[in-house]
Design a protein around this ligand. Sequence first.
Ligand code: NDP
Ligand code: ZN
Length: 185
Amino acid sequence: MEEPSALILRATQFAALKHRDQRRKDHAASPYIIHPVTVAHELTLAGITDPEVIAAALLHDTLEDTETVPAELLAAFGERVCKMVQELTDDKELPKAERKRLQVEHAPGLSPGAALVKVCDKIANITDVTHSPPPDWSTERRMQYLDWAASVVAGCAVDNDRLKQRFADTLAKGRESIKAFLQLA
Ligand code: NDP
Ligand code: ZN
């Protein structure tokens, strides 16, 4: 049986290699890997210690944003981790608006582990949209992103009060700070 820390570090290493040439959309073009690591950290802040859920957080954008295929995740991390990552992957063949709509529609059907990662992903992205947004986004677009993220999370069945509170606080502070920016503009 593999040690939990070994699984988590293997997932970190796998994701770091897969995302090695990618950057986030913020002004500083941060290395992509900071995002999955932040999502995994959000889980631990809420007291979630299941190593397979933490691994799924670290890997959650590999299928969607890199050349990774499910068979690689299955071989390296097993069926449960692979399935969670698949649940967290949008179909990139679909137009963006449709992908956004489907995230809202599919949220209630997510497995418990995938729902936890989904909420942490939205906490991380709301934090980014609040403090380090893509430079070309208007305040209206940033607000719309927060509204959409809130509607996805509203559908996620998550049995963790700390995580729900953390999401609510992140959303409220984000709205407040973007609104303040709107009033200044
Ligand atoms: P995108 O999906 O293009 O970008 C957001 C995604 O990019 C995030 O979910 C995140 O995904 C990733 N990302 C990488 N770096 C950052 C960063 N620094 N900050 C935030 N996200 C980052 O955006 P949307 O199309 O969702 O646009 C947001 C909203 O704006 C939508 O609801 C849409 O309706 C609306 N919109 C408004 C327009 C306007 O001009 N008013 C134009 C287009 C859309 P991940 O975690 O997967 O990496
Ligand atoms: Zn993500």
